[in-house]
Write a protein of this length. Structure first.
Ligand code: FES
Length: 380
């Protein structure tokens, strides 16, 4: 009987079985059209002995996607041994036991640094062998000019900017190390170990790894780290330092979540615990006795109305609240100024109000005429 390896776990399945039937019992699979081959939502990444692409797959998947192994689980049949990665694997990761996350002994013998590469900001701390924090430093992520969010930066890397993005972040890390060393009165060359965490995309861009797999369905990361490098490999002044890049869970639940879980210790506790990291990229992890569920989304752009013509951060001039009074929209504007844009909370309010006034239907379809929220601020 063929062996179907689903998200790394092998299962037996009869030859001729629809891939969706084999996958569904073991992993969440979106099938909104009822497996009729119409919606394209049951995409998986599959390789091995499988049936040829069907008419439906050729209609819904590009030749490039098919060449990369993207298939519609409801259309493809198992003919022999094959390997499948589901999209849900990229979005939610289930850990089976507490042993997956636990504290370890320090990596260093003299000075060690911990660095978090956030999409927007970098934060670093320097410690001595006894665990005393000697210095702290932070700065904006120098990759911001290539895009505020990870998707835009991945796009820039795919356009050939990968080496420049990597050098930019490596140089800034080096500066942070030197700044902290100076605060502590030591030489940065004496730092003998670093742990550099961050979301999966940040680690790809740091190490100049091709991020193509992060840019399209099924979002299956081909490098999850959990690797030891040297300072020299990242162009750092402490060339001989051991640099540990913690393991990421998936393409969009990264090492930053893993290290936050480790630091919080919630997976060592009984009961139900929630860890939320709301940054430019936001992650939430829910722990319950022996199961950990994680998911992520772009949180910062939502708060800043990114992607909207009139979207802006929550600063003076932003519509931050909207309500319906006597059938008309009334808006609150931050600061003593006229409305110049709308921030995330204003967008959420505005959409609820437009639904109430009938200018938007329950599917999110807006009237063709722009909906005026306040002054010259309108949606879309
Ligand atoms: S479930 Fe809709 S295309 Fe497969």
């Amino acid at each position: 009987m063929p062996v179907v390896t689903i998200n790394g776990v092998p299962f037996a399945a009869a030859s001729g079985t629809l891939l969706s039937d084999a996958v569904s019992p073991h992993s969440h699979l979106e099938t909104p059209c009822g497996r009729l081959g119409r919606c394209g939502k049951c995409r998986v990444f599959a390789r091995g002995a499988l049936s040829e692409p069907t008419v439906e797959e050729k209609k819904l998947l590009s030749p490039e996607e098919l060449a990369q192994g993207v298939r519609l689980a409801c259309s493809v049949r198992i003919l022999g041994d094959c390997q499948v990665t589901t999209a849900s694997e990229a979005q939610a990761h289930v850990l089976g036991s507490k042993q997956d996350v636990h504290a370890r002994a320090p990596l260093f013998s003299r000075w060690g640094a911990a660095i978090d590469i956030g999409t927007t900001t970098l934060a670093a701390c320097l410690y001595d062998r006894s665990g005393n924090m000697l210095a702290q430093a932070g700065c904006m992520n120098p990759q911001a000019p290539w895009g505020a969010d990870v998707i835009t930066r991945i796009g820039a890397a795919l356009q050939g900017e990968g080496p420049v993005l990597a050098r930019a972040i490596q140089r800034r890390l080096d500066q942070l190390l030197k700044e902290m060393a100076s605060q502590a009165g030591i030489s940065a060359r004496e730092i003998d170990a670093l742990v550099i965490t961050g979301n999966t995309a940040m680690l790809y861009l740091l190490t100049e790894t091709n991020p193509d797999c992060l840019s399209h369905a099924p979002f299956a990361a081909d490098r999850l780290f959990g690797e030891m490098l040297t300072g020299a490999e990242l162009g750092l002044c402490c060339a001989g330092a051991a640099v540990y890049l913690p393991r990421c869970f998936s393409a969009f639940v990264g090492a930053d979540t893993a290290t936050a879980l480790l630091a919080s210790g919630i997976t060592q506790q009984d009961g139900t615990r929630l860890l939320a990291d709301i940054g430019t990229n936001g992650e939430i992890a829910l722990w319950n006795r022996s199961t950990l569920l994680c998911c992520s989304t772009a949180a910062g752009p939502a708060f800043e109305g990114a992607g909207l013509t009139m979207g802006m951060p929550g600063r003076d001039g932003a519509v931050d609240h909207v309500m319906v009074k006597n059938g008309a929209l009334h808006a609150h504007v931050l600061g003593d100024t006229e409305a110049v844009g709308i921030c995330g909370s204003g967008v959420v309010d505005a959409l609820a109000c437009l639904l109430e006034t009938g200018q938007m239907d329950e599917t999110g379809f807006l009237d063709p005429e722009p909906a005026v929220i306040c002054g010259r601020v309108a949606l879309p």
